[in-house]
Write a new protein. Structure first.
Length: 99
């Protein structure tokens, strides 16, 4: 009878864990759906395609969204502006419209 009781406790614990996991996932999704408040840090996410050497980061703040466009270092080295001069700071601009 002790074996059945422990098996029932494990099953109850597993369902409680899945309920807690679903709750945590729902809270995280709700938090990600709204913009951060003025006292919260900015959210940064990589939105460029996986095979693209240039990186595009979306920055979401309480004041709005913008994107940072970072050039590929390898393509900057072969250009006329090689080295540190050719590979400068990322460019800030509006984000591209997704398909």
């Amino acid at each position: 009878m002790g074996v059945d009781a422990s098996a029932g406790a494990k099953a109850a614990g597993a369902s409680a864990n899945s309920t807690n996991a679903r709750l945590a996932k729902g809270i995280a999704a709700a938090h990600a759906a709204v913009k951060p408040q003025w006292f919260e840090p900015a959210r940064i996410e990589l939105i460029s395609p996986p095979n693209d050497p240039n990186r595009i980061y979306r920055v979401t703040t309480a004041l709005g969204d913008y994107c940072l466009y970072c050039a590929d270092k390898n393509s900057a080295i072969g250009s006329a502006k090689s080295g540190h001069v050719g590979f400068g700071q990322p460019k800030a601009a509006p984000c591209p419209i997704p398909f």
